[in-house]
Design a protein around this ligand. Sequence first.
Ligand SMILES: [Zn+2]
Length: 182
Amino acid sequence: MEVKQLRDQFKLRLAGVEDGNYCFTMVCDKQFFELAELTDLQDGCLDLRVDMIKTEKLVDVKCHFSGFVMAPCDRCLLPVNIPMEFEDRLIVKLVPTVEEGDNEDDDIWVMDENTYELDIFHFVYECIRLAMPLRIVHADDENGHSTCDPAVLAKLKELSADSAKQDHDPRWDALKNLKLDS
Ligand SMILES: [Zn+2]
């Protein structure tokens, strides 16, 4: 899909649109993540359904996301498939004149009633960003063993064995004794 075409999907037209309920569907995939500079997301596919209720003074936008994203594991860096299903809501107040300080709330926007379109691109990628788990790591299998990249696990084990060894380095012990003696 062309960038402009992708981008335009997220612009909900308001001007000349009659009050009522509207439903739009779009897909947030790798191309979307790249455009939104969500650099942690390597791949994925989130179906987004937008239910928009437009009235004279208010636009109520409910976004329902479902699908999965792929992001690097905190432990082994191989991609982890993260299933996602969540909702977010944006309320837009339409006013004759937008005053300074009107737009201090992230989930309630204040816009001029003559606004041509409502661009939800940034809102959508912020929703995805905030819905990401804080810790991303491959799950354990049914036997409680990590499903991370075995090569990385082996290396981590080696490193931790090395650092454990250093804790009991006889040379350090000798140094400590020396200090105590003097
Ligand atoms: Zn892993």
